[in-house]
Design a protein around this ligand. Structure first.
Ligand code: BGP
Length: 462
């Protein structure tokens, strides 16, 4: 690995902070959605809001030199008029200062899905008003924290957020509306460009990027129709974010296909396309969990059955996007988690090289990890499966770097056990275990000690 390689782990505000109604924080759309539907929520989560110093000590003792976390918008700006919450602003000063005092480089996500509910009530990302409000948030955080922070990202996984909320409908606001999916996607990418524009206008000292849920595309065979389906799937899963944010270009063949299917694209304005073209990111963050295996579309309506309820829900996933592609889960030949996520490290190696060749910007692996049912009651928590998983994925990164890729950092998802979207405390990802039923005492898992050696040796132990 290079000498300044960043080794760390990641969280997101809603998933770890808790303190959902403390010190002036207002509800996010997730608070409202989970409360209204009586689902397990992140009211307390990992209680990071109160215990962040302890968590940063664990990072330091664990050999980490960086921490990726997000800012809670409903903690910072509490109404449509843009009222700033001083206690929220102060919290992130204290968090950043604590990181810096302990040799931990903060790597900040401005938006990791916890949109203030007052904006969701006005249409959320379907409304251009939200873009304006987002730029106001960016302006605030750049000015407040910009002299202390070198690494900024505008969004965490716009694709996952929009597709889950507006297409699949399994995340808030819980709708299935393809036209709205397209509008919300576009608005987020325009907001990304507007944030980059503001960052450059303020001549901020750091760098700014975007974080994408990267699904490298594979085909079931090499037929021309499979190749076409792979291209369409790549547009659907990756290109509309990566091409737009890094190259400043929305894929033309995707727009033509959407127009051909009768979608209304009239909301895309020439002035906005100019903004997108002129304000591209400095680097990209790739979250990698699994590859995407694609077959040609055969027949029938769109089916979006995603298994995000593990062993307690439907066993397997099925995705058919009418006239685009079908997604395949090759259970016979590959290994899967109980949530039907394939374990496929080679996809990270090949995916990094694909992204490197196509885009040429620095790459950070901003999330990688495995969710599991775990018994964390004993003295020792032996998560050997996680060690194997992380080992094989870090090895894939090392191989991609040996083959020329410019990878600059790696973040395990997640720092500690936290609230997993819709699965709560049932699906654990942490290097550090938490007892959610009692006092949330921190207990490092075997993977924590294993990762410490990896960080301290700069990857030599892999
Ligand atoms: C990513 C998100 C994270 C995290 C992770 C695991 O898409 O950026 O916030 O939650 O996936 O997802 P889940 O908790 O649904 O298993």
């Amino acid at each position: 690995m290079t000498t300044n390689f960043l080794w760390g782990s990641a969280t997101a505000s809603y998933q770890c902070e808790g303190a959902w109604n403390e010190d002036g924080r207002v509800p996010s759309l997730w608070d409202t959605y989970l409360h209204d539907n009586h689902l397990e929520n992140g009211d307390i989560a990992s209680d990071h809001y109160h215990r962040f110093k302890e968590d940063i000590q664990l990072m330091k003792e664990g050999g980490h030199n960086t921490y990726r976390f997000s800012l809670s918008w409903p903690r910072l700006i509490t109404d449509l008029a843009g009222t700033i919450n001083p206690k929220g602003v102060d919290f992130y000063h204290r968090l950043i200062d604590e990181c810096l005092a302990n040799g931990i480089e903060p790597f900040i996500t401005i938006f990791h899905w916890d949109l203030p509910d007052y904006l969701e009530q006005r249409g959320g990302w379907l409304s251009k008003e939200t873009i304006e409000a987002y730029v106001t948030l960016c302006d605030l955080v750049f000015k407040e924290y910009g002299q202390k922070v070198k690494y900024w990202t505008t969004f965490n996984e716009p694709r996952y957020y929009v597709f889950s909320g507006y297409f699949i409908g399994n995340y808030p606001p819980g709708v299935h509306n393809p036209q709205q999916t397209i509008s919300a996607s576009y608005n987020m990418m325009l907001a990304n460009a507007e944030a980059v524009k503001r960052f450059k206008a303020l001549a901020m000292p750091g760098e700014i990027g975007i974080v994408h849920s990267y699904g490298p595309i594979y085909g079931v065979d090499d037929r021309p129709e499979t190749r076409q389906a792979m291209r369409d799937a790549d547009n659907y899963y990756n290109n509309w974010i990566l091409d737009t944010a890094i190259l400043g270009e929305i894929p033309q063949d995707m727009l033509a296909k959407l127009a051909g299917q009768g979608f209304d694209l009239s909301f895309i304005l020439p002035e906005e396309l100019k903004t997108i073209k002129q304000n591209t990111v400095d680097f990209v963050g790739l979250n990698y969990y699994a590859r995407v295996l694609i077959a040609p579309y055969e027949t029938g309506e769109t089916i979006l059955a995603i298994n995000n309820s593990g062993a307690s829900g439907q066993g397997s996933s099925k995705v058919v996007v009418r006239e685009w592609f079908e997604q395949v889960w090759d259970h016979a030949n590959s290994e899967f988690t109980p949530w039907d996520t394939e374990i496929y490290p080679q996809g990270l190696y090949e995916g990094i090289l694909m992204a490197h060749k196509k885009y040429g910007v620095p790459i950070y692996i901003t999330e990688n990890g495995v969710g599991a049912y775990e018994d964390v009651s004993g003295e020792v928590i032996n998560d050997q499966f996680r060690i194997d998983f992380l080992n094989d994925h870090i090895d894939a990164i090392k191989r991609s770097m040996a083959d020329g890729a410019d990878v600059r950092g790696y973040y395990v998802w997640s720092t500690m056990d936290l609230y997993s979207w819709k699965n709560g405390s049932e699906k654990r990802y942490g290097l550090v275990a938490l007892d959610f039923d009692q006092d949330r005492q921190r207990k490092p898992k075997a993977s924590y000690y294993w990762y410490k050696a990896v960080c301290q040796s700069n990857g030599e132990t892999i």
